[in-house]
Design a protein around this ligand. Structure first.
Ligand code: TRP
Length: 382
């Protein structure tokens, strides 16, 4: 049976938030525990983070440990998953260099995620110096480096959010191109998307399209209970729900989107108290029942916010506690990363050797040199 291998990762540009959690982290832990995968590689993509942070390596350096702490506190287990730092696997850059030749500038320009990111970052079309700088080449080409990340580990499965779909598609193209040009060598990976629509792209607390640090609308895994409550209390709900008695709307109501992503039936008996009020009380057994009441009117935003807080806190407090423990043991965290990077390096070296063999640029491999000498001697004799 062919091996199932996972590779995925995150750029270390900030602490991880609950969008990362529902979009990928929670799933990774489930996959890790499922026993369905022979190997799991989780990469902290510092080299990719540097493609648009070249002037700020310190930020990337500081966030490596934040991301590692978030990983471990969510339940990624170094005895089951290899956690490593991208820049420490130099084979990845070598693979990228060879893949560069298999991709056109025009194809890269069509990558919708790169396009959107270039816009978001305000990189200019023309390069007029520091104030209106153009797109860094490394940033423009990061889909190719991401193909190297994935193929180096012979990944069959890449669990990521939907914004990463164009990267996986581009990786598959590179694999096909490589294999048809140089012979069957690389494994074509498949994307694995989150299974719940609310998890695909969790909006920020302000209801804006995406949770993102620059918009200041994130709930971090490492937020305290007080910070969590302050953020939930301030969340965007339904602008038409002015009076408690008014009918409420679910669509576009961020509190309900979060409940869709996090709430389970067992939360209702556990946090029954939230719906016992001074004036009115309710008893709900499922999210559907809660939604029905909200739509009918009479259910205040404060009640559902209290409930959402309890649900989130129920999920986040064990993570928070584990993080506090790990923060007291920083040497352990770096040891996990060091060992993981060593394991990752051996794996990537194996693929790089196969790639060089396929391209016949392995001149000094055992046996190859003798053959090469014989061939060229013969040629110059003639
Ligand atoms: N681009 C991903 C992100 O921004 C991070 C990443 C880098 C990645 N290399 C990868 C994800 C390989 C999956 C596979 O989050």
């Amino acid at each position: 049976m062919s091996k199932k291998i996972i590779l995925t990762g995150d750029r270390p540009t900030g602490r991880l938030h609950i969008g990362h959690f529902v979009g990928s982290l929670r799933r990774r832990v489930e996959l890790q525990e499922s026993g369905l995968f022979d190997k799991i590689f989780i990469m902290i993509a510092d080299a990719q983070a540097l493609t648009d942070n070249a002037d700020n390596p310190e930020k990337v350096r500081q966030n490596i440990i934040e991301v590692a702490l978030d990983y471990l506190s969510c339940g990624l287990d170094p005895s089951k998953s290899t956690i490593f730092i991208q820049s420490q696997v130099s084979e990845l850059t070598e693979l990228t260099f060879f893949y560069n030749n298999l991709v056109t500038v025009q194809r890269l320009q069509r990558n919708p995620t790169v396009k959107a990111e270039i816009q978001m970052r305000g990189f200019s079309d023309s390069d007029e110096g520091d104030n209106k700088a153009g797109t860094p080449v490394g940033f423009f080409c990061y889909p190719i480096s991401q193909a190297a990340d994935i193929t180096a580990f012979k990944a069959t499965t890449v669990p990521v959010g939907e914004d990463q779909a164009p990267m996986i598609e581009q990786t598959r193209e590179i694999v096909r191109k490589f294999n048809s040009t140089y012979g069957e060598t690389l494994v074509e990976p498949e994307i694995m998307l989150p299974d719940n629509a609310a998890c695909l792209r969790l909006p920020g607390t302000d209801g804006k399209a995406k949770m993102s640090k620059s918009l200041g609308n994130c709930i971090y895994l490492s937020d305290s209970a007080d910070e969590l409550w302050a953020k939930v209390k301030g969340m965007y709900t339904d602008p038409l729900h002015l009076q408690v008695s008014d009918p409420g709307h679910i669509e576009g109501n961020t509190v309900f989107t979060y409940l869709d992503a996090f709430c389970r039936d067992e939360h209702f008996p556990k946090f029954r108290e939230c719906f016992i009020g001074k004036k009115v009380s309710f008893e709900f057994n499922s999210l559907d029942e809660l939604k029905e009441q909200y739509k009918a009117g009479g259910l205040g935003d404060m009640m559902i916010k209290k409930f959402l807080f309890e649900v989130l806190n129920d999920i986040l407090s064990p993570i928070r506690e584990r993080r506090h423990e790990l923060e007291k043991n920083i040497p352990y965290v770096y040891e996990v990363l060091r060992k993981g990077s060593e394991v990752a390096r051996a794996e990537a070296a194996d693929t790089l050797a196969a790639v060089k063999r396929a391209m016949r640029i392995n001149y000094f491999d055992a046996g190859v040199l003798d053959e090469l000498i014989a061939e060229q001697t013969e040629r110059f004799k003639a």
